[in-house]
Design a protein around this ligand. Structure first.
Ligand code: GDP
Ligand code: MG
Length: 360
């Protein structure tokens, strides 16, 4: 090798050698799992991979991780609160995924950042409402300004609710302007979602079925807007009939807010028709209720409700895993079967096992 070709020769020390290859980036300070501080910083900076890891921590059922997740949420909270939280429900097949895809893409075109979450306690069976439909959100899924997170699999509704609430806060801290929380029209999950969102949107099918299309009547009571989807092609007349039907149904119902009569709109998620009107209604709601103070009041009320729901969840988890309770459950269950214990006595016994000696 000629002397001048030697990149390490003293004469060349201040020159870049011809064979210079940029050094690999220095290894991250923390190898493996990032700590809570690092996660918080990353999320607040809008780093999507850090957001993903933060959510994984939030979803973990390991008690140590849950403690860290609580610390993380505390750090994120001051940076949260600025998004519009929108709950979306409707029976399977109504077009939730198609709607979220179209609506979300429109919002992104308008310069917004959109996160999509799901509350689906049935997900072990259905494979998760969002995950199962990821193909229907193909366009939204690839957007830089979109973040789609399927429902954590398994777990109680209470557990799923807690993690979704914390995930929502994390998405807000990461700078998302709109968070769409989807739920299937099953069980209590609609109420849970309406308790963590600012606005609850119910999608309906065309056709004026008296049976309210398998959606329980209670759902209409928590709807801030009803949208009849699939108002396209041959469906248009039936969509209008459905709209009239729901307008009448909502009219005789007690309004949740003195300042908001839930409207009924029509749209075609498939053809991307009617989305602007829906967004205009959402904006109208936010403006009106912010002016009266209800918007903030509702959020405060939701935080307090969340405390109670978390308490319930934690107490039940503790109770079910309490060693004395676990040890005695088979005997108590058997005594209940044979009639040696009544429901009240069995309840009392489980409670006193949980509370320990000296209490009743
Ligand atoms: N004609 C029509 N079909 C739609 C519309 N929105 C959704 N669909 C179709 O309805 C079916 C169910 O939609 P999907 O979004 O998966 O419903 P989800 O189960 O509520 O998420 C799919 O075949 C969609 O293509 C619409 O606006 N018009
Ligand atoms: Mg779907």
């Amino acid at each position: 090798m000629a002397a001048s070709d030697d990149p390490y020769k003293m004469d060349n020390i201040f020159e870049e050698p011809a064979s210079y290859v940029p050094a690999a980036p220095a290894p991250r300070k923390i190898v493996g799992r990032p700590g809570v501080d690092e996660l918080a910083e990353g999320v607040i900076a809008g780093d999507r991979s850090m957001l993903g890891r933060a959510i994984t921590l939030i979803e973990s059922r390991n008690p140590k991780h849950q403690k860290q997740a609580a610390e993380l949420s505390l750090k994120l909270l001051p940076h949260a609160g600025k998004s519009y939280r929108i709950g979306i429900t409707g029976v399977p097949g109504v077009g939730k995924s198609t709607f979220i895809e179209a609506f979300g893409c429109n919002l992104i075109e308008a310069g917004k950042k959109v996160a999509v979450l799901a509350v689906d306690p049935t997900s072990p069976i259905t494979g998760g409402s969002i995950l199962g439909d990821k193909t229907r959100m193909a366009r939204l899924g690839v957007q830089d300004n979109a973040f789609i997170r399927p429902s954590p699999s398994g777990g109680s509704l209470g557990g799923v609710t807690r993690t979704t609430r914390q995930t929502l806060i994390a998405c807000e801290a990461a700078g998302f302007d709109v968070v769409l929380v989807e739920t299937v029209g099953a069980g209590q999950s609609e109420v849970a979602v309406s308790d963590m969102t600012d606005f609850f949107l119910v999608l309906m099918l065309p056709g004026a079925g008296d049976e309210l299309q398998g959606i329980k009547k209670g759902v209409l009571e928590i709807a801030d807007m009803i949208v009849v989807n699939k108002a396209d092609a041959d469906n248009e007349i039936r969509a209008k009939q459905a709209a009239v039907h729901y307008r009448n149904a909502l009219h005789i119902m007690q309004q949740r807010s003195p300042n908001w009569q839930p409207p009924v709109e029509m749209c075609s998620a498939l053809k991307n028709i009617g989305m602007d009107d829906i967004w205009a209604r959402l904006e109208e709601y936010r403006t009106t209720l912010t002016a009266t103070g209800e918007f903030q009041e509702k959020r405060q009320g939701q935080r307090w409700k969340a405390v109670w729901s978390a308490l319930q969840d934690r107490l039940m988890t503790d109770l079910r895993s309490h060693p004395d309770v676990v040890a005695e459950l088979p005997r108590i269950s058997e005594a209940l079967k044979t009639g040696d214990l009544t429901v009240t006595l069995a309840t009392d016994e489980i409670l006193s096992l949980f509370q320990g000696p000296g209490k009743d």
